[in-house]
Write a protein that binds this ligand. Structure first.
Ligand code: ADP
Ligand code: AMP
Length: 214
């Protein structure tokens, strides 16, 4: 099963992708997590990505596409995967479609987690992220057992630099300009499904399971 999560930054793609990955036994691939791991590790890729991310801009397609195509060609992706944060531009989507086609494959589902901009700004201020395992929490809507500590791996949680209000606004503008057109792209491919992302996160997940099947 090959799934793409679509939606604005903060819509809940990562939260739902993690639950999908657990339930269906497929890897959760977040390009944002890959970039953050590279920044933390001080790699060349991380250094390239950091300045764009800090400004709420997209990392250039030349860097992102190759990295993602390489990741999905690894052995653990044989039975599918859930993509979170990729594609984010039409050229990224076209490269993904073309690369899969070469192997006689295609994406099965694109799930758009729909949340209006007003709700996004509230969510992002309360988001706390684990740079160790990629888990995300919210101080009100999805809190940890021990404040500030990741339930999954025990590392300290951080407020991401790019979750500050001025950067969130920039990211939303970038989303509407460059990423929202993918909704029509996947509608045309016949694999688009939309869920109401303003519901409680367990309700959102139920709707997704209804789409994917048990
Ligand atoms: P994305 O991966 O789309 O950027 P996240 O999954 O990290 O978004 O979610 C953004 C923030 O909103 C996180 O703090 C998360 O805990 C919280 N969140 C996710 N889904 C919901 C929901 N349905 N209701 C309220 N808060 C949510
Ligand atoms: P995310 O964790 O998905 O919110 O992504 C955080 C940041 O990483 C984004 O604001 C971009 O700067 C960068 N990024 C993640 N995925 C992509 C992508 N597919 N294309 C370009 N930039 C990306």
């Amino acid at each position: 099963m090959k799934i793409i999560m679509l939606g604005a930054p903060g819509a809940g793609k990562g939260t739902q992708a993690k639950k999908i990955a657990e339930k269906y036994g497929i890897p959760h691939i977040s390009t944002g997590d890959i970039f953050r791991a590279n920044i933390k590790g001080g790699t060349e890729l991380g250094m390239k990505a950091k300045s764009y991310m800090d400004q709420g801009q997209l990392v250039p397609d030349e860097v992102t596409i190759g990295m993602l195509l390489d990741r999905i060609s690894q052995a653990d992706c044989e039975n599918g995967y859930v993509l979170d944060g990729f594609p984010r531009t039409i050229p990224q989507a076209e490269s993904l479609t073309a690369s899969l086609k070469e192997r006689g494959e295609k994406m099965d589902y694109a799930i758009d987690v729909d949340v209006p901009d007003e709700a996004i700004v509230t969510r992002m201020g309360g988001r706390r992220a684990c740079l160790g395992c990629g888990a995300t929490y919210h101080i009100v809507f999805n809190s940890t057992k021990v404040e500030g500590i990741c339930d999954a791996c025990g590392q300290e949680l951080v407020l991401r630099d790019d979750d500050k209000p001025e950067t969130v606004q920039k990211r939303l503008t970038v989303y509407h300009d460059q990423t929202q057109p993918l909704i029509d792209y996947y509608k045309n491919e016949g694999i688009l499904h939309t869920v109401d992302g303003t519901q409680d996160l367990n309700e959102v997940f139920k709707d997704i399971v209804n789409i994917l099947g048990v």
